[in-house]
Design a protein around this ligand. Sequence first.
Ligand code: SF4
Length: 301
Amino acid sequence: MAGSIRNEIGELKKKRNAVILAHNYQIPEVQDIADYVGDSLGLARKAAKTDADVIVFCGVMFMAETAKILSPEKKVLIPDPHAGCPLAAMSSVQAVRKLRNENPGVPVVAYVNTDAEVKAIADICCTSSNMEEVVNFLDSGKVIFVPDRNMADYIRKRTGKQVITAAGYCPTHQKIFPEHVAMQKKLHPGAKVLAHPECLPAVISMADAVTSTGGMVSYAKESPADEFIIATEKEMAYRLSREIPGKKFYPASGTAVCPNMKKTDLSKVLLALREMRHEVNVPEDVRKKALISIERMLELS
Ligand code: SF4
């Protein structure tokens, strides 16, 4: 059954001149049929460069929107239009405007996990791969960063700048506790701990490296260690094992599952391609402004 779905997806991909992009947190079956699997920055770069006519984006809505912002001439499809990101939903245009009014002249950095409208009123975007670089680049000792408070705390510590933020957080990363990491450390004493910056500060403080999911792949490849505890969404361990089969990866917590990332499956990818359904569009005025913030970030990294 799964084999025939995979075959039909393959045929439709050719027929539509489509490319399938998948985030590292997608279920293994979806990662396996994707043309590219990566983090937000890597996916944005691929979306900008592809010469396919159709992008099937296996991830959450803000990611598909970013692909559309970068490639307006392409059809961007999301297999499940209800795959949102609760963290992105925690920031709004009104909240950013309020922070701006309270802090006149202070630049606004929007994490890529935001809606297109928020990106459109920001000065620059960032991802978990380049947030430090972006904040250091800004000629200001004070920045507004939305929406993730854990990342804001990390950026503050790393850059020494004053970081004003909202109270957003990722419910999935919030489920990883220091006790989980300590338990895994007990089971695998030689393992290095890799943590995503959306984790709680107490988890981040236990990490050997704090980095994006793409950064975790590079770190694990280059490290002489052969065991790693992964403090991020649990599917990342699959992605790492697939890419680096000789090493071992243990999710810090089996409860760190993003339900929105799990909404996409092979049958929805097939339907999206077969019926060209769930097209993602961004109003042109919003798209043009959001593009400026995203391009500033891409030029930097
Ligand atoms: Fe959003 Fe967190 Fe899910 Fe990523 S893991 S899509 S930040 S809710």
